[in-house]
Design a protein around this ligand. Structure first.
Ligand code: ARG
Length: 457
């Protein structure tokens, strides 16, 4: 492509280090779409003839068919997907193919192709996260009244409902969706026509190509256009945060599926066995979601560090932008699908959860709240009285509700028999009906709202 300037060809090592075709060939559809939009614009602006533009578009469509059915050939001498397509176009239609690259550089070309690819990856993540939210909301609706221990420090804290716990992840997924949507909005400007770095002297119409490719308009600064990879970093940041959420849910499944907990049976289809221990059923899919989250966060770090010291405008370092994005997108797609399958297929052991909620003095706060409400005792004093009741019960190996009224009155005479109603896990969760609280009625409201938002009714 630039043979005129050089007396010798590149060495084997130059060809190898320079070639991006092994990974950027996945951009072929975006590259062809952007080239078609570009040449149609060149014709509309009388920069190439209609006949040449038609020949080029026809050739590009044939190439698309070839790649669709036979894959993209990998020739290191052609470096990247842009040169690969252009060389094939020249094979097919002859020297007129050379007119396609008028008023364009690979710098604005790759910026455009990559934006189109990342935009689709954002849309795919949003669709996947909507599916995950639907699965969570469905299971939450089934379990709005299923009681389990809520934890802080992974120590039993207060009873909650499983529906409430699952709806917490709906909130996280909804924020992830908003991050991808927000990033998409910022991404959606078209760099095509910025050429190598300075713009072009040809009378092009950048609005036309932007519109043809579904962008809101052209980018405003040609230097920024060819050197900006914020859209990829925004995607990776949203992906990393999303992966972090998926990893937390995966971690809960791993804990809940362990024998001492026994809160959940994971679906067979998303578990594995052991080659030596016949009884084993391991939550490998959940562990891999947790593991893949680390890799996705690594991808974000990789591109951040690649970009951080680059002067304007394009430098070849930027060719390394694609592998971390492609890797993260592939991993994120798998993680969302796997966790959605786990949520859909999990068998929650509600009896075990309910029994665990009875342990660990989960309703101690309810006793303290009762003392505040019914005996008008300041909360700090009520906290102290309740602590004494827990100490007594713990010494006897009993639950709070198993202490006698006489035991409780010996600690504080203002306690009466009505207190026992407050000590059940059912009354504990029912009482927490503040907005966003765990009360079944409150969870049902949130489920109803989410079903509406996700168009599930
Ligand atoms: N393969 C290159 C990349 O992915 C395309 C841009 C090449 N531009 C250049 N000036 N060498 O970044």
């Amino acid at each position: 492509m630039w043979g005129g300037r050089f007396a010798e060809g590149p060495s084997a090592i130059m060809r190898e280090i320079n070639a991006s075709i092994p990974f950027d060939k996945v951009l072929w559809a975006q590259d062809i779409a952007a080239s078609k939009a570009h040449v149609a614009m060149l014709a509309a602006c009388d920069i190439v003839s209609e006949a040449d533009a038609e020949a080029i578009i026809g050739g590009l469509e044939r190439i698309a068919e070839e790649y669709e059915t036979q894959g993209v050939p990998e020739d290191w001498d052609l470096e990247d997907i842009h040169m690969t397509v252009e060389a094939r176009l020249a094979d097919l239609i002859g020297p007129v193919a050379g007119r396609l690259h008028t008023a364009r550089s690979r710098n604005d070309q790759v910026a455009t192709d990559f934006r189109l690819w990342v935009r689709a990856a954002m849309d795919e993540a949003v669709a996947g996260l909507e599916g995950l939210q639907r699965a969570l909301v469905t299971r939450a609706g089934e379990h709005s009244g299923s009681i389990m221990p809520g934890f802080t420090h992974l120590q039993t804290a207060q009873p909650v409902t499983l529906g409430h716990h699952l709806m917490a992840y709906v909130e996280m997924a909804a924020r992830d969706v908003s991050r991808f949507r927000d990033a998409r909005e910022r991404l959606n400007r078209c760099p095509l026509g910025s050429a190598a770095l300075a713009g072009t002297g040809f009378p092009i119409d950048r609005e036309m190509t932007a519109q043809a490719l579904g962008f809101a308009g052209p980018t405003a600064n040609s230097l920024d256009s060819v050197s900006d990879r914020d859209f990829a970093l925004d995607y990776l940041a949203a992906a990393a945060q999303c992966a972090l959420h998926l990893s937390r849910l995966a971690e809960e499944f791993v804990i809940w599926a362990s024998q001492p907990f026994g809160f959940v049976r994971m679906p067979d289809a998303l578990s594995t066995g052991s080659s030596i221990m016949p009884q084993k059923k391991n939550p490998d899919a959940a562990e891999l979601v947790r593991g893949h989250a680390g890799r996705i966060i690594g991808c974000q770090t990789a591109l951040t560090v690649t970009m951080k010291g680059l002067p304007l405008a394009y430098s070849k370092d930027m060719q390394d932008d694609k592998p971390p994005v492609f890797e993260a997108a592939g991993l994120l797609r798998l993680c969302i699908a796997a966790i959605t399958g786990m949520v859909e297929g999990a068998t929650f052991q509600t009896g075990r959860m309910r029994a665990a909620a009875e342990l660990g003095y989960a309703t101690a706060t309810d006793l303290a709240d009762w003392l505040v409400r019914e005996a008008d005792i300041p909360f700090r004093e009520a906290h102290h009285i309740t602590g004494a009741a827990v100490r007594l019960a713990e010494g006897r190996g009993a639950a709070l509700g198993e202490l006698s009224l006489a035991d409780l009155q010996a600690i504080d005479a203002r306690i009466d028999e009505r207190v026992f109603a407050a000590l059940s896990v059912e009354s504990s969760v029912a009482a927490r009906a503040s907005h966003g609280g765990t009360a079944p009625a409150e969870v049902e409201k949130r489920v109803h709202e989410a079903r509406g938002r996700l168009e599930m009714d």
